[in-house]
Design a protein around this ligand. Sequence first.
Ligand code: 0CM
Ligand code: SF4
Length: 329
Amino acid sequence: MASAHFRAMAKPELKILLAAPRGFCAGVVRAIDIVERALEIYGAPVYVRHEIVHNKFVVDDLKSKGAIFVDELDEIPPGDHPVIFSAHGVPKAVPAEAQRRAMFQIDATCPLVTKVHMEAQRHFEQGLEIILIGHKGHPEVIGTMGQLPPGAVSLIETVEDAEAVPVRDPSKLAFVTQTTLSVDDTRDVIVALQKRFPAIKGPTREDICYATTNRQEAVKSIAAGIDALVVVGAPNSSNSKRLVEVGVKSGCPIGLLVQRATDLDWAQLQGLKVMGLSAGASAPEVLVNEIIDAFRAHYEVTVEKVVLREENVSFKLPRELRPAAAPAA
Ligand code: 0CM
Ligand code: SF4
C-alpha cells in the first residue's frame, strides 16, 4: 500500500541539458566589477547611467550596495561622486557633457563595443558612409551611432532594409554591427549588402562578440533534441532574446525567456522529458540554479552539462580602479 502511494506521488522524470558557455561574459564581469570597485574606493553613492547590464537582479544588488541608477546625467546632483557609463556604451555627447559638468566619469563600456566604435570612426575618417546593422533603440546602437555626426551612420535591421537603404556613393561604404545580434540573421543581411554593394568594406565576418556567438552555438547544439528551451535573461537583453530565437529556429518547439523562477508558466511546462537551459551574458548563475530548483519541485530532475567550448576571456579594469600595485618586498 505504502509503495502504491509512493508511486502515485512520484514526480515525472526530466533531463535538463545545461548549455555551456552560458551566463556572464567578460564584459559583464568587468562592468559589475567596475561599479563594485568604485563603491569600495570612493564610497556610496556611485551613479550609473543606464542599467550597468540588462539584468534587474544585478541592478538591485548594486542598488543595495549604494549604486544609484539614472537615465541621464542631469539627474545627478553636483558633487564628486563617480558616474559610470554602462557596458553597452554611450554616444560621444555623454562623456562630453560629463566633462562640461566636471563630473568624475568612469567608462564601463565593454572593450568589444569600444572596438566597434573605433572601427566606425576609422571608416568615417577614410571618407566612408557607414551602415550599422543593429536593433533600433537599443542603447548600444544609440552609442555606436553617436560616435559620429548625424547622417554619418545609417541603421538597418533586416535583409529588406539592406535591399532598400539609400546610400550616397556605393563605392564609398562600410558596415559595422551590434555585438549581440543573431549570427545567422546577420550573415543574411551582410550577404544582401555585399550583393548590392560589392565594394562595401567591413570586418571579416561581423562584429558579433565571442560571448554572443558561443552562447548561440551552444543553444543550437541542443535545440533539436529538447522539448523546451528556457533562457534566463531580461526582456531588454538583446543577446538573451537572440538565444530564445536561435533555439526555436533550430527546432525547439517552445522557447521561453524568464527573469526569475516565478516567471515559469507550469501549465506550459507540463509533460517535458528533456529541457534545454541557458542564460544570457548578463544573467547570474544563481538565477540558473533558482530555475533548476523550481523544476525539481515539479519533476525528478537530472542535469547533464553540454559544454560546447571553454571560454577564458577577461578584461582589465580601468587603471584608476585596479588594486594598488603590491609594495615591493
Ligand atoms: O546588449 P544586450 O542587450 O545583450 O546587453 P546585456 O546587458 O544583456 O548583455 C551584456 C552586454 C553588452 C554590451
Ligand atoms: Fe561585451 Fe559581448 Fe559581453 Fe556585450 S555580450 S558585454 S559585447 S562580451
